[in-house]
Design a protein around this ligand. Structure first.
Ligand code: NCD
Length: 316
């Protein structure tokens, strides 16, 4: 059966095929002119997005919302547990049963792993997983992959270093698994043991025949990398501050380090927000791709909404 995005819940990168990703990226490339020109089709006119964010977020929430607005839709948002009925003891299932009557599609961010899957089992409108605890963040992985494609002109045979909090960072979980659709990727996971990539993900990637190097040595990994994907320590997922304080300043990328160690055409990615893991001096370097990456997120989410809601043929 031919897989497609149409009317699907977007819960995990497992759902995607190379064919689906090709069609998403082709459509994403048509989104920039719509945003820049303010003219053109408004295929989501009359549609409402329920932006249901139960965890801190600025860019993901706003990027989902702006993606919908630029296509002519409307957004109904809630932010944080305290302002939602969950603080009154309502279950997520009941929230979804109600909210699905108020919108055509729901973007859900929730602190619990598995929450998006639970919501999808109830909802009659598509659920987009915008991050479920330290589980997955599939739309971030799609925009990361799109950025890698734009930066490198290919997705195959790249050496990709992921560094930082690989244990609790959901973006790296999704991206590492999504990259397994490509050919010849060499993975380098750089982190102290306490926040290394979960064993099940490493086993899955190796099982698919990819080369995986686990290390604590960023300098060494930098030398051969085509992509360095830096992440922040996910403080909010640690029980005690002392557990993250000791690892917070281990891997800081600076302009000098990148100049002296990396290949000239390395690309530096980060899902943002950054704390101190990328020095601001790096921002002026052409290799710094993280702000372009955030902008690409808008286009990828626009394209994803069109495909899920079946409105892609409105775009020429
Ligand atoms: C990431 C997230 O929320 O998982 N941010 C994002 O979606 N842009 C990464 C993070 O919070 O560190």
């Amino acid at each position: 059966m031919r897989m497609s995005f149409h009317n699907q819940h977007i819960i995990s990168v497992d759902q995607f095929t190379t064919e689906m990703i090709d069609s998403l990226f082709r459509l994403s490339q048509k989104m920039e002119p719509i945003v820049q020109n303010r003219k053109g089709p408004k295929p989501l006119n009359g549609y409402v997005l329920g932006n249901l964010f139960f965890e801190a977020s600025t860019r993901s929430r706003m990027s989902f919302a702006s993606a919908f607005y630029y296509l002519g839709g409307l957004v109904n948002s809630t932010v944080g547990m305290v302002f939602s009925s969950i603080s009154k003891g309502e279950t997520l299932a009941d929230t979804i049963r109600v909210i699905q009557s108020y919108c055509d599609i729901i973007a859900l961010r929730h602190p619990e792993i598995g929450s998006a899957c639970e919501a999808a089992s109830i909802s009659r409108v598509p659920i987009i997983n915008a991050g479920d605890g330290h589980g997955e963040h599939p739309t971030q992985a799609l925009l990361d992959l799109y950025t890698i494609f734009l930066e490198k002109g290919t997705l195959d045979h790249l050496t990709i270093t992921m560094v930082g909090d690989l244990r609790f960072g959901r973006t790296v979980h999704s991206l590492a698994r999504l990259l397994c659709l490509q050919k010849g990727i060499r993975f380098k996971f750089v982190a102290p043991q306490v926040v290394q990539m979960p064993e099940d993900i490493v086993t899955e990637i190796k099982g698919k025949g990819f080369e995986v190097e686990i290390s604590e040595d960023l300098n060494e990994a930098m030398k051969s990398s085509d992509i360095i994907y830096s992440t922040r320590i996910q403080r909010e997922r640690f029980e005690h501050p002392k557990d993250y304080e000791s690892i917070e300043n281990l891997y800081i990328l600076t302009k000098e380090k990148i100049q002296s160690l990396c290949k000239k055409d390395v690309s530096i990615l980060h899902p943002l927000p950054r704390t101190n893991e990328i020095d601001t001096g790096v921002d002026e370097m052409s290799q710094a791709a993280y702000f372009r990456q955030a902008q690409n997120g808008l286009y990828v989410r626009m394209a994803l909404f069109l495909l899920v809601l079946g409105r892609e043929s409105d775009i020429q």
